[in-house]
Ligand binder design. Structure first.
Ligand SMILES: Cc1ncc(COP(=O)(O)O)c(C=O)c1O
Length: 455
């Protein structure tokens, strides 16, 4: 104890003079309480998670859920043998999602992941493996696979293409078309297309891509003698929104061409990071040679994942949300979040200098831009002024073909109350008034600053 105390006072002194260890393990520890205090103090410099309107990822859980996560932090998801009930809970979550996404009765297979990025890798691999198997049977070359998707895809799909040697066929934005459409998708498919990715909804503006129309265009392509291209839906956010807010929208396994779906439990699945889900409509959609068997209660448990060890507590928390909220509770949470998003969007539209690309009526996410006649400031200035008030609202430029368009994006999540929404609108109104009163333009920001936000 004495040693720890001696160490702690030295380290506290160091902390006060800004010398916490950065590169080397300290010779003496300071003990848990002091270390925790020092780290908490340092983390005060992070933005406030609740004022972070940039992220899609959960920043608030009810105390009972957070406590359950802490109580299950010692569980390793891969230890199916040691923690069979955690494995059972994972399987229940897969069944619940399969039901929510209208998978054919009892046929879907799936797994939890660390998030949608891992789930996208798994979905993409299954598409590539199936395409290769098909071409090999026909004794054809398999060295030039491609994947068709909109230029608005999240970076995980470009990663998938680079890591697994697949050509990304990105359909550029054009005019007011900010995501993939049916005609564009079908046009770019050929015999080497492993699949089309449709997004529910787009990271750039929260809009839903027309999954059913894309599927119909692919049906027509196949009927004309063209390639028969499977569809994967990246429902990172929408997978937990559409079933509750747009229950009549057809986007999921109701569409036969949809072979697989990914979603992030840690986005609108309302769990702290990181948990995601990958589901296939049937065993046939997931090639056998991608599945590994791990020992499970003396038997064998099939797994398909990139990670081996990973936390079980997020999966437990996902089940907690299903159990504590039920369908009705999810509906209330997602509808309330959606109402707050559309209300903020319409207030912003009424402020004068802004126009809305989307209004939060699909995902509770919307993007807005400045009217062309605003010359003295940019969306980057708006974002930096809001940051002074603690609000984290990203400003960014759209990709190729619409690099002229810079927007701000607001992601509304559970935990954003009406009162907080009012405060945000008022702060934005004041910021806008200040910027509107400028009589000459603010200095231009560098290209790096403009490109600073990563989706
Ligand atoms: C459409 C889409 N796909 C994939 C991802 C990656 O998800 P994750 O952060 O769960 O890996 C995101 C994240 O924002 C997303 O919006």
């Amino acid at each position: 104890m004495k040693l720890i105390h001696a160490g702690s006072s030295r380290l506290v002194e160091d902390a006060l003079s800004g010398r916490l260890p950065h590169h080397k393990l300290p010779e003496h520890g300071v003990g848990g309480d002091v270390a925790s205090d020092l780290i908490k103090n340092e983390l005060l410099l992070d933005g406030s998670a609740r004022l972070n309107l940039a992220t899609f990822v959960t920043t608030w859980m009810p105390p009972a859920g957070a406590e359950l996560m802490a109580a299950t932090a010692d569980k390793n998801m891969i230890d199916k043998d040691e923690y069979p009930q955690t494995a059972e809970i994972e399987a229940r979550c897969v069944h619940i999602l399969a039901d929510l996404w209208h998978a054919p009765d009892g046929e879907a297979v799936g797994t939890s992941t660390t998030g949608s990025s891992e789930a996208a890798m798994l979905g993409g691999m299954a598409l590539k493996w199936r395409w290769r198997e098909r071409l090999r049977k026909e004794a054809r070359e398999t060295d030039r696979p491609n994947l068709v998707m909109g230029a608005n895809v999240q970076v995980c799909w470009e990663k998938f293409c680079r890591y697994w040697d697949v050509e990304p066929r990105l359909v550029p934005m054009e005019g007011d078309r900010f995501h993939l459409t049916a005609a564009e998708a079908a046009q770019r498919c050929d015999e080497n297309t492993i699949g089309v990715v449709a997004i529910l909804g787009s990271t750039f503006d929260g809009s839903y891509e027309p999954v059913q129309e894309i599927s119909e265009a692919l049906d027509q392509l196949a009927a004309r003698g063209g390639p028969d291209v499977p569809l994967h839906v990246d429902a990172a956010s929408g997978g937990f929104v559409a079933p509750f807010v747009q229950p009549d929208l057809v986007w999921d396994f109701q569409i036969e061409r949809v072979q697989s779906i990914n979603a992030s439990g840690h986005k609108y699945g309302l769990v702290y990071p990181g948990v995601g889900w990958a589901l296939w409509r049937s065993k046939e959609a997931l090639p056998d040679d991608l599945i590994f068997d791990v020992n499970y209660l003396g038997g064998s448990m099939p797994t398909f994942a990139l990670n081996f060890s990973r936390p079980g507590s997020e999966v437990v928390a996902q089940y907690f949300n299903f159990l504590s909220l039920g369908r009705e509770g999810f509906e209330v949470v997602q509808r309330t979040t959606g109402d707050i998003a559309t209300r903020i969007a319409h207030e912003i539209a009424g402020m004068g200098p802004y126009w809305l690309l989307t209004d939060g009526s699909e995902l509770p996410v919307f993007a807005f831009a400045l009217n062309g006649d605003v010359k003295n400031y940019t969306v980057f200035d708006v974002a930096s002024q809001l940051r002074e008030r603690g609000w984290l609202v990203p400003a960014y430029t759209f990709p190729e073909n619409r690099q002229d368009l810079s927007v701000l994006r607001v992601v509304v999540r559970a935990g954003m109350t009406q009162d907080m929404a009012d405060l945000f609108v008022e702060d934005l109104r004041k910021t806008t008034e200040t910027l509107e009163s400028l009589d000459s333009p603010l200095p231009q920001r560098s290209a790096e600053e403009r490109a600073g936000f990563k989706h």
